[in-house]
Design a binder for this molecule. Structure first.
Ligand SMILES: [Cu+2]
Length: 269
């Protein structure tokens, strides 16, 4: 009897921790929500929503591994994952499995990488990545362990494919970082990759690119050393700036162009 009580309590605790976790599994294009893993590469992990960490890992996966690109084993599912067509300049969203919402405090970002061969179903993600979307602290006076973070409570990331993105096939990698264990080198990273085909006549070239792995390491205080319960918002923002999460996103869209034209026309008067 005693044993079964412990067993029940353990199951309850496991269920609770699982419900706090999440993975992007659906793509939203033109307001239409896809099936799970229709356009997003499915990981082969037994519990797909578990985070990737530098220490105390699940499945031995860390951000230093090749599978930190699109999650464990997901390349083996690339060929059977469909490719969604999206016009440059359009907004799409990546949505969480089971209609979950983000219940951990930390930043969210979206990276893209062009398939050099032109076929994303054969692309491992070993080329250049650039960042197109970033959300960090939205409310400096909020609770840094919860809703001070822009992404807290979101069930999807909605973002624009930059208007100047050249046509071609791309991986789009959405990522959320839970920082509640960063004081013990246990930041939790949740991410997966959609396969899209960008159409249009974009001819931009991202100025800042990254390789994965190599994007993050645990010498960065944001992942290893920061403490959400004791650090100030200013200190956390400075830790963010010491990582690619603090870098500017690639913005070559209409905004940049409009600013330039406004500036030019006001110069003429
Ligand atoms: Cu967690």
């Amino acid at each position: 009897m005693k044993h079964s009580a412990i067993f029940v309590a353990t199951i309850a605790a496991l269920a609770q921790s699982a419900s706090a976790h999440y993975i992007f599994s659906k793509l939203v294009v033109n307001g239409e929500i896809s099936n799970d893993w229709q356009y997003i590469r499915q990981t082969t992990r037994s519990e797909n929503y578990m985070p990737t960490k530098f220490t105390s890992t699940f499945d031995n996966l860390t951000p230093n591994d090749n599978d930190f690109r699109c999650n464990l084993g997901s390349f083996t599912n690339a060929a059977k994952t469909e490719v969604a067509e999206v016009a440059a300049g359009d907004s799409i969203a990546m949505k969480l499995f089971y209609d979950a919402s983000i219940a951990h405090p930390g930043p969210g970002q979206v990276y893209m990488s062009k398939a050099p061969s032109g076929n994303v179903q054969q692309y491992e993600g070993d080329g250049e990545w650039f960042k197109i979307w970033e959300k960090t602290i939205c409310n400096e006076n909020g609770d840094l362990t919860k809703d001070a973070w822009c992404t807290y409570g979101m069930s999807q990331f909605e973002f624009e494919i930059p208007a100047n993105t050249p046509a071609g096939e791309y991986l789009v990698r959405a990522e959320h970082v839970g920082l509640h264990g960063a004081q013990a080198n246990e930041a939790e990273l949740f991410y997966s990759c959609a396969q899209i085909k960008v159409t249009g006549s974009g001819n931009g070239s991202p100025s800042l690119t990254y390789k994965i792995p190599g994007l993050y390491n645990d010498s960065m205080k944001l992942f290893n050393g920061l403490n959400l319960w004791t650090d100030s918002a200013d200190a956390i923002e400075s830790d963010i700036l010491d990582t690619p999460i603090g870098d500017d996103v690639w913005m070559t869209g209409w905004f940049a162009e409009e600013d330039y034209m406004l500036h030019e026309s006001s110069d003429q008067h």
